[in-house]
Design a protein around this ligand. Structure first.
Ligand code: ATP
Ligand code: MG
Length: 424
């Protein structure tokens, strides 16, 4: 048998039911905040990410799936959504003289070491806002995340970390000071950090290496370099979060590795998933649109990792996910299989129309009632409909409650009313 490619995950039916619940809840929140959906291609010119994510980032340096098109163009599977989102809006004239609030959802690809919560194909839902200068949009984006956790019952096991990186020039000054401090200590740094000294020194703050972290303890601190205007932006954001009742922790070590990030950065983290604790990350990136060839445009956004959110949902809400089917229709003899199909169709239409969310499965093939009821239980159904010769003759059906074993013979409309009343 050919196996799945390493790091490419199958979401099997039982997990896909949870996945659907999680993704639907998140998208409902996005729609509720009037963020509009945008759908973006999986393949882009490699250059988009080299410019939009940055040559000196781990993503572009070593994590991209890059291939040559038949005519030799270099294409890459998207490792993230923000660069594509800016490209699409810019290319279609949707950033000029207007504001935008959009969200996207879909798979991203990064060649990293697969482990729990870290895959080579993973799924992000991201929100982005363009044209807004003030901290109010930063607060709205954070609130959007908080509402997603609330809807999913995750609020108690996530924490919000926030920081400000200052303006572009403040970051440059800090970068220089950090380099002055670290360069003479280069041979004591871990291998990745040594490489980052020349490519992307701020990312060294992210290092998980204990010796590197020890050296950083007496390094120059980012908050000392943040400019006054950025401080104001940050304290206004914190005041807004206070007003909204969104708790946060200020973490001066929180950096995003990319040059164009400015002012606010934030991350939602959990302790319930081990090493892969970041479930959502974002911030303000006022430099990005210009860097991709547009006019200077304030921008902010975040991306949440749905794989990790679904894992966390499983830890917290083991049992809330639906079953494969709720109603299972059984028939006593093969000649009633068509009647069973028709009842199934009518029930589905009515239940769907009423938004009950109940799923109706009709038995297929042979088997007596006992065997069919076993199938009904195996797929988790709460109800069975039994259709024997008597029922068909009387134009009725027997509705069996599989939880308490009670059954009643009733007209179809009555059965429907019972099912609706039991609905979700
Ligand atoms: P990490 O530090 O965990 O590698 P990151 O900073 O690379 O995360 P971002 O690029 O900010 O991640 O992406 C936003 C979110 O997407 C992350 O917080 C995480 O939840 C999720 N994510 C990123 N990479 C992966 C992956 N390989 N597998 C699963 N989820 C991922
Ligand atoms: Mg990463």
């Amino acid at each position: 048998m050919v196996q799945a490619v390493r790091g490419m995950r199958d979401i099997l039916p039982a997990d896909a039911r949870r996945w659907r619940l999680v993704e639907d809840s998140v998208e409902e929140i996005m729609h509720g905040f009037a963020y509009e959906e945008i759908q973006l291609p999986l393949l882009e010119s490699s250059e988009l990410f080299a410019r939009g994510v940055g040559e000196a980032t781990d993503i572009v340096e070593k994590e991209m799936y890059t291939l040559a098109d038949r005519d030799g163009d270099s294409l890459s599977l998207r490792p993230e959504g923000t660069a594509s989102c800016v490209r699409a809006l810019q290319e279609n004239g949707l950033l000029y003289n207007q504001t935008q609030r959009v969200f996207y959802a879909g798979p991203m690809f990064r060649y990293e070491k697969p482990q729990k919560g870290r895959y080579r194909q993973f799924y992000q839902v991201g929100a982005e806002a363009y044209g807004f200068e003030g901290p109010d949009i930063d607060a709205e984006l954070i609130l959007l995340g908080a509402e997603c956790w609330r809807a999913l019952g995750l609020s108690d096991c996530v924490r919000l970390e926030v920081n400000t990186l200052g303006s572009g020039s403040a970051r440059q000054a800090y970068r220089a000071a950090l380099l002055d401090y670290l360069t003479p200590l280069a041979d004591q740094l871990d291998e990745d950090s040594q490489r980052r000294l020349t490519s992307n020194p701020l990312r060294i703050l992210d290092s998980k290496n204990a010796q590197t972290q020890a050296l950083l303890a007496s390094a120059p601190q980012l908050p000392d370099f943040v400019d006054a205007q950025s401080q104001v932006h940050f304290s206004e954001l914190l005041a807004l979060l206070d007003g909204l009742g969104v708790p946060y922790v200020c973490n001066p070590k929180l950096v995003r590795g990319l040059d164009y990030y400015t002012h606010t950065v934030f991350e939602w983290v959990t302790d319930a998933l081990g090493a892969q604790g970041a479930i959502c990350a974002g911030g303000r990136y006022n430099g990005l649109v210009e860097r991709l060839g547009g006019r200077p445009t304030p921008a902010a956004g975040f991306a949440m990792g749905l794989d990790r959110v679904a894992l966390l949902h499983e830890v917290v809400n083991q049992s809330v996910v639906s079953q494969a089917a709720d109603v299972y229709i059984c028939f006593g003899s093969q000649q009633h299989s068509s009647a069973a199909q028709q009842i199934g169709l009518r029930l589905r239409r009515a239940l769907l129309g009423a938004g009950s969310g109940l799923k109706v499965r009709v038995h297929m093939g042979a088997g007596n009632f006992k065997k069919q009821l076993k199938r009904a239980n195996a797929c988790g159904a709460s109800w069975a409909v039994l259709l024997g010769a008597d029922e068909v003759e009387a134009g009725q059906l027997t509705l069996k409650n599989l939880t308490d074993g009670q059954q009643q013979r009733v007209p179809e409309a009555e059965a429907l009313a019972v099912l609706m009343a039991s609905g979700k």
